[in-house]
Design a protein around this ligand. Structure first.
Ligand SMILES: [Zn+2]
Length: 163
C-alpha cells in the first residue's frame, strides 16, 4: 500500500461531500451520485462503498448546514412552529439523502466488482479493453492486471498464472 492509496479514499469522500452539498437538492438521483462517485474512485467492496457514500453525505450535510447558518436562513423564520417543521423536514431530507448516498456507493462498488469479476474480466482483456492479461487473486478472487504486482482489493501479491 503506497501513499496515494491512503489519500485516494479521503479525497474521494471529500469530493463526494462537495457533490452532495449541492446535489442533495435533487431527490434520489442527486442523492445517489455523490456516494457512487466516491465509491467508484475508492474501488472497494460494497460495504466500503456504503461507508464512503454515507461519509460523503455527512460531510455534505455538515457543509450545507454550515452554509444555511452562515446566511442566517434558520434564524430568519420567526414562527417557532414553522421553524420546528422546517428543521424536521431538513433533517428527514438529509437522513434520506445520506442513506441513498450510501446505497449509491454500495451499488456502484457492486457493479465495479462485477466488472472485475474473474468470470467477466477475461472477456474484457480478450476484447483488448486494457491490452493486458488479467490474473485472478488467489486470496480474494479479484481480477487484477498482470503487471500490477499486488491485488487491487486485498494487497496479496499476484503473479502470472502458473508461477
Ligand atoms: Zn485479492
Amino acid at each position: 500500500m503506497n501513499i496515494s492509496e491512503k489519500v485516494r479514499p479521503a479525497a474521494a469522500v471529500a469530493a463526494g461531500g462537495i457533490l452532495y452539498s449541492f446535489l442533495n437538492l435533487i431527490p434520489i438521483v442527486g442523492w445517489i451520485i455523490p456516494g457512487a462517485t466516491a465509491a467508484i474512485t475508492i474501488k472497494k467492496n460494497p460495504k466500503t462503498g456504503f461507508q464512503a457514500g454515507v461519509s460523503a453525505g455527512l460531510i455534505g450535510f455538515a457543509a450545507s448546514t454550515y452554509i444555511l447558518f452562515a446566511f442566517g436562513l434558520f434564524t430568519e423564520v420567526a414562527n417557532t412552529a414553522l421553524k420546528l417543521l422546517i428543521v424536521w423536514f431538513y433533517l428527514l431530507w438529509h437522513a434520506s439523502a445520506i442513506f441513498f448516498s450510501g446505497c449509491g456507493g454500495a451499488l456502484a462498488s457492486g457493479i465495479k466488482l462485477l466488472e472485475d469479476h474473474p468470470l467477466i474480466s477475461p472477456f474484457k482483456s480478450f476484447a483488448g479493453n486494457e491490452g493486458s492479461k488479467y490474473v485472478v487473486c488467489k486470496r480474494c478472487g479479484r481480477g487484477n492486471q498482470e503487471q500490477s504486482g499486488s491485488c487491487e482489493n486485498c494487497g496479496e501479491e499476484v503473479h502470472e498464472r502458473g508461477v
